[in-house]
Design a protein around this ligand. Structure first.
Ligand SMILES: [Zn+2]
Ligand SMILES: [Zn+2]
Length: 121
């Protein structure tokens, strides 16, 4: 693994907010000042293809990246635009019971205010 890729993965793992490619580039630069935007974007595409990370299509905004590849739900904050993991207890069990098979993938997005934004209102 290249040093650039290791830094990009480290950035992805260090935050629960699900960064955009641009945010990942800014954070990676703090560790590797010489890293280029193209390197970051190319590595993100490669990591997604190799199933290390998952891309979440943004709600009108830029796509975001998730370091967990296992399917899980997301809260899309309608105020700050952040994307956060949510745990829906036994959602996988419910799918299996309803469909009679496991889901190969799913996208669960719930739009609401995140806890930090709720405090500010
Ligand atoms: Zn928020
Ligand atoms: Zn996630």
């Amino acid at each position: 693994m290249t040093r650039q890729r290791a830094v990009i993965l480290e950035v992805l793992r260090s935050d629960k907010r699900h960064h955009t490619a641009e945010e990942i580039f800014e954070l990676a630069k703090k560790h590797l000042p010489t890293i280029s935007r193209a390197t970051v974007y190319n590595n993100l595409h490669a990591l997604e293809k190799e199933c290390f990370i998952r891309r979440i299509s943004g709600d009108g905004g830029p796509d975001r990246y998730d370091n967990a590849f296992i399917p899980h739900g997301h809260l899309l904050c309608t105020r700050c635009g952040g994307v956060f993991d949510i745990d829906v207890p036994n959602f996988d069990g419910w799918i299996k019971e309803s469909l009679g098979t496991d889901a190969e993938s799913y996208e669960l997005k719930i739009r609401a205010k995140c806890p930090a934004c709720r405090v500010q209102d």
